[in-house]
Design a binder for this molecule. Structure first.
Ligand code: ZN
Length: 199
């Protein structure tokens, strides 16, 4: 990878041998390995010993989870907040594990819509709750830095499963609790439009 980065620097018109860039290929590789470390993560290992059987049926919410990801179209960051809720059937996940699940899927090349549904699907799969809701609010540097469609550089995506999909009151309760940034329209993860424009 370091050779590729050296070539990339040269291709950009830079001198890869000047002092400030000498260690850049090594740093870029290290950074990219970390930012894509979610590929090597095993979700069962992440959740190890943190699934519990309980008699609890109230909504569990973890909001304002910071995340950083890379858009797969431009390899540029998109980042923001992730809000997760579920209604337990008879299993719960240790609260500290929810941000870890977000890390596993955000540390990959992503599109915001897929990131949103992968988090929801994983929770649904692992504890079979009555419902799962995930909302992701993110700023896309591939949009804002390049000055394209500035109004769309901030996007909100959601994935609603089970009771959060079928019961408007449950869904509204969740949306009320997370209080989205005003004016941001909720975009379903099933929508064909993409948060990051592909041009
Ligand atoms: Zn992009």
């Amino acid at each position: 990878m370091q050779d590729l980065v050296r070539n990339l620097l040269a291709d950009l018109g830079e001198d890869p041998d000047r002092e400030g860039l000498l260690n850049t290929p090594r740093r870029v590789e290290k950074a990219l390995r970390f930012l894509t470390s979610g590929y090597a993560a095993d979700i069962d290992q992440v959740l190890n010993n943190a699934l519990f059987t309980v008699d609890y049926s109230e909504m569990v919410i973890v909001k304002d989870i910071d995340f950083y990801s890379l858009c797969e179209h431009h390899l540029l960051p998109f980042f923001g907040k992730c809000h997760v809720a579920y209604l337990p059937s008879n299993r719960v996940i240790g609260l500290s594990k929810i941000p870890r699940i977000v890390d596993v899927f955000s540390r990959r090349l992503q599109v915001q819509e897929r990131l949103t549904s992968q988090i929801a699907d994983t929770i649904s799969e692992k504890i079979a709750p009555l419902g799962v809701a995930v909302v992701v609010e993110a700023t896309h540097l591939c949009m804002s830095m390049r000055g394209v469609e500035k109004q769309n550089s901030f996007a909100v995506t959601s994935s609603m499963l089970g009771t959060f999909r079928s019961d408007a009151r449950t869904r509204m309760e969740f949306l009320e609790l997370i209080k989205l940034r005003s004016g941001a329209a909720l975009r379903s993860s099933a929508a064909t439009a993409q948060a990051c424009a592909e041009e």
